[in-house]
Design a protein around this ligand. Sequence first.
Ligand code: AMP
Length: 416
Amino acid sequence: MAFTSLGLSEPLLRAVAEQGYASPTPIQAQAIPAVLDGRDLLAAAQTGTGKTAAFTLPLLQRLEGVGRDTRPGRAPRALVLVPTRELAAQVSESVRVYGRHTGIRTTVVFGGVGLQPQAAALRRGIDILIATPGRLLDLVAQQHANLSDVDCLVLDEADRMLDMGFIHDIKRILGLLPRTRQNLLFSATFSEGIRRLAAGLLHRPLSIEVAPRNAPAELVSQSVYHVPKTGKQALLAHLLSQEYWGQTLVFTRTKHGANKLAEQLGRDGFQVAVIHGNKSQSARMQALAAFKEDRVQILVATDIAARGLDIQQLPHVVNYELPHVPEDYVHRIGRTGRAGADGAAVSLVCKDEASQLRDIERLLGRRLPAHPVPEEILATLQADTPFPRTPPNPMPDSKHRPASRRGPSTSPRRLL
Ligand code: AMP
């Protein structure tokens, strides 16, 4: 299928072509004509499926089509609610890129940065507003944001918004919108909470499911190393340098753990950035930009901070510690293998994490294959290692080296 058969206008097709997209992803092929028709949507799709363009492109076209309002100070006619600042920034960037040949104006608002510039942008007048719920309500309370003209609402990563406790904020926002409007709901998972939200929000929606629920992107190869906690750092450094891993996103469970690991890797000579909830918004943006532009090889992140990160062609994701919630594992590894790229997700699992691994494997419906820990790493550890030296189902080494489009990097890269 070609983008030209979806009914999109020339300025949008031009922007898509400039992005180098050859054909629509499955969610785009299904969602775009339906949204152009004005239908509500219930989409089961995780990041990496092309879901952002699936709602952004038809939204831009509808706003163009209804005769554009160019008055300064106009209130937004489309509202995109997202759970995190990073996702807000990414969606806003997508709207800017896909809408670059339209006259549509967009702005993004989220907490952690000054409110006044956002209020000023709203005063100038916009068509699409991308927002995290808390900051949007602050702006409404201070009468900087007016939601009475919104005729299309998008809830992106709705499951995450509920996980983060935004349900009351969402309900308050829904109460501020006109009753008649188009609603698009995107969620990676479908809990009872999401079903209830969808039932109250959507009117005869088109349901789209592009990946099996809770199923990670197929192109991601997943494996584990059973390694004592004290050996994780040495093993990670070994994999990064000896296995020629290129850019790698490393997840830790805590902010403190993220800082500590980044310091250790820095001492080992790697270029590392850190992203977690205690970092200021500008520090997070800088870290993400450095990673995206390949100025640092490793990004260490916690779950919340990494939610929705869009990093193209990322070959490796490492779970330095397993998450407590098995669904978070699926979200984490959804960072790699995006939009057709191959990826590898490797988990370093110590004895204390056996039950988390069991939960993850139950969710996935299969056992994750284990690599043997290299002898030189085992040699650095104390003799009482709690794991067998030869795991039951060893994998050939080449398995965790995906066909990266970047090619191998000359690692470790030394700090200047
Ligand atoms: P998303 O699921 O919206 O987070 O998008 C994941 C990635 O896929 C982004 O980096 C997009 O630039 C990319 N992408 C979106 N649509 C397409 C397409 N039709 N062809 C190739 N890549 C795409």
